[in-house]
Design a protein around this ligand. Structure first.
Ligand SMILES: [Zn+2]
Length: 179
């Protein structure tokens, strides 16, 4: 079966930066509902469309098509005393929602990047912002999506969406935590 709208795709992926340095490799297969449901990057869907199990596809993604350009305005310096005692570099905080130019309101996640002299540096950019990325994708399985999956816009079952989880619909590539 080929990957078309409303198929469920199981794949392994390897993510590298523009210089070919490995950023992340899937340990569990990634499963997503194909067809513009915003479950993964549009560039990845484009590259996989029409492919079948066994296909190996490499996709080059520029920042604008990935996690955005690096925005220096999203770096903030705040007084240390606003934060908990056990503050550490790498901790994340959700900032106040602000409206983007399209009028959507969304909260940035800020990562602590430095603690010094009573100040804390917070970076609201996605850890992969500003980076050219290369995905190596290996399609393992393609199946038809069920009516309920199509209605919900995501995959159910093993590795898919579980409704007893807290409702975190963030797709996997967008929620990568860097070491
Ligand atoms: Zn569902």
């Amino acid at each position: 079966m080929n990957i078309t709208k409303d198929t469920v795709v199981t794949l392994h992926y390897k993510l590298s930066d523009g210089q070919g340095k490995l950023i992340e490799e899937s340990s569990e297969p990634m499963v997503y509902l194909h067809g513009g449901y915003d479950n993964t990057l549009p560039k990845i869907e484009q590259a996989l469309d029409g492919k079948a199990a066994g296909a190996q596809v490499a996709v080059q993604v520029e920042p604008a098509d990935g996690f955005g350009e690096y925005d220096a305005e999203l770096v903030k310096v705040e007084p240390r005393n606003l934060f908990p005692e056990d503050l550490q570099v790498g901790m994340q905080f959700e900032g106040a929602p602000d409206a983007d130019p399209h009028g959507h309101s969304h909260a940035h996640v800020f990562t602590v990047t430095d603690i010094e002299d009573g100040k804390v540096v917070l970076d609201g950019n996605h850890p992969l912002a500003g980076m050219a990325l290369r995905f190596e994708l290996n399609v393992i399985e393609v199946r038809k999506a069920g009516a309920e999956e199509i209605a919900h816009g995501h995959v159910h079952g093993p590795h898919g969406h579980h409704h007893d989880d807290d409702e975190d619909d963030a797709d996997q590539f967008r929620s990568i935590q860097l070491q």
